[in-house]
Ligand binder design. Structure first.
Ligand code: NAD
Ligand code: ZN
Length: 341
């Protein structure tokens, strides 16, 4: 089969013929229809320090996808060939304390599809049946291929109650923008998002945020004045990985506010802990998606009218992968899809 393979320990990705994956007795084989390129894939593409110590070469990468089941392992129940599916990319161990308690998202031994084991930039992918998510007919392949990052957004946006609250999101990447849409859908009052990139701020405005601002032009104190706020934001979602953005957020939160942190800083970030203490803030780290409560909530919100389609800005056949990765690398895109059909 054709696959985009991290074939060498150097920047780049290569389209190669590789053997179809073997299907274990608890696995399903998925024919991939669409896959989406994630920031993680760009780290692997650019072969940064994290990728070098994490990703085995050679290996097909990619973990955001939608497809169809074409083969079932002998022990698999509850699925049929022809089922349209996506999949949870964190494969959990099943025997640590949290897994056994049903808190699989807290597993301490996760293995990542397309990161630690072969991924979805390929014509076929195999994963354990327990990680398969069957798609409702109403969710098309394009939306289904971004359920993974939409799940990050949903997990973060629903970590704290946003009903009737003022929400600040730092970082208007695809995930920040989807989190803004979820907060809106979940009846937040003001949803303010910040970014340094004008194209991304524009996309955020299209998705219906209250205000999308570049903090270098408009301070968050000024934003609060414009919106008639005086006590600070009630819920923060850090989605940029920037220490500056996080410090700015801390300084503009209400007393007793809650912050969900998804963005991954590239180095240690120093903050003034006095702000956390005297403002009595709660800060919660968010990783991946809750299995499978986040998947359930995503589906229900899509059914009840939440539209995340505008986040998909580019579509390429998989043979055009060089252009697709180039667009992602430019930073001037939302999600970029590869078509494997
Ligand atoms: P992205 O890189 O596309 O978006 C980040 C955005 O932050 C960019 O648009 C960038 O311009 C903006 N930014 C940079 N500095 C800023 C600043 N000072 N103020 C405001 N905005 C600033 O990433 P994404 O795909 O949308 O993902 C969001 C973040 O979440 C990334 O850090 C990513 O690594 C992380 N992530 C975490 C998980 C997890 O499970 N914890 C999963 C996926 C992604
Ligand atoms: Zn576990």
């Amino acid at each position: 089969m054709k696959a985009l393979v991290k074939a060498r320990a150097e920047p780049g990705i290569w389209l190669q013929d590789v053997p179809e994956p073997a299907v274990g007795h608890n696995d399903v084989l998925i024919k991939v229809h669409r896959s989406a390129i994630c920031g993680t894939d760009m780290h692997i593409y650019n072969w940064d320090a994290w990728a070098q110590k994490t990703v085995p070469v050679p290996m097909a990468v990619g973990h955001e996808y939608a497809g169809e089941i074409v083969e079932l392992g002998s022990e698999v129940r509850g699925f049929q060939t022809g089922d349209r599916v996506s999949g949870e990319g964190h494969i959990t161990c099943g025997h640590c304390r949290n897994c056994r308690a049903g808190r699989r998202h807290l597993c301490r031994n996760t293995s990542g599809v397309g990161v630690n084991r072969p991924g979805a930039f390929a014509e076929y992918l195999t994963i354990p049946a327990t990680n398969v998510f069957k798609l409702p007919a109403a969710i098309d392949d394009e939306i289904a291929s971004i359920l993974d990052p939409f799940g990050n957004a949903t997990h973060t946006a629903l970590a704290f109650n946003v009903v009737g609250e003022d929400v600040l999101i730092t970082g208007a990447g695809p995930i920040g923008i989807m989190a803004a849409a979820v907060a809106r859908h979940a009846a937040a009052r003001h949803v303010v998002i910040t970014d340094l990139n004008p194209d991304r701020l524009e996309l955020a405005r299209k998705m219906g945020v209250t205000l999308a601002v570049d903090p270098r032009d408009t301070s968050l104190a000024e934003v609060q004045r414009q919106l008639g706020m005086s006590e600070g934001f009630d819920v923060g979602m850090e989605m940029s990985g920037s220490g500056q953005a996080f410090r700015d957020m801390l300084a503009n939160m209400a007393h007793g506010a809650k912050i969900a942190m998804l963005g991954i800083p590239s180095r240690e970030v120093a903050i003034d802990w006095n702000t956390v203490i005297f403002s009595m803030l709660t800060i919660k780290g968010i990783y991946g998606r809750e299995m499978y409560e986040t998947w359930y909530k995503m589906t229900v919100m899509l059914h009840s009218g939440l539209d995340i389609k505008p986040v998909i800005t580019h579509r390429f056949p998989y043979t055009d992968f060089e252009r697709a990765f180039g667009v992602m690398d430019s930073g001037n895109s939302g999600r970029v899809l590869l078509n494997w059909e």
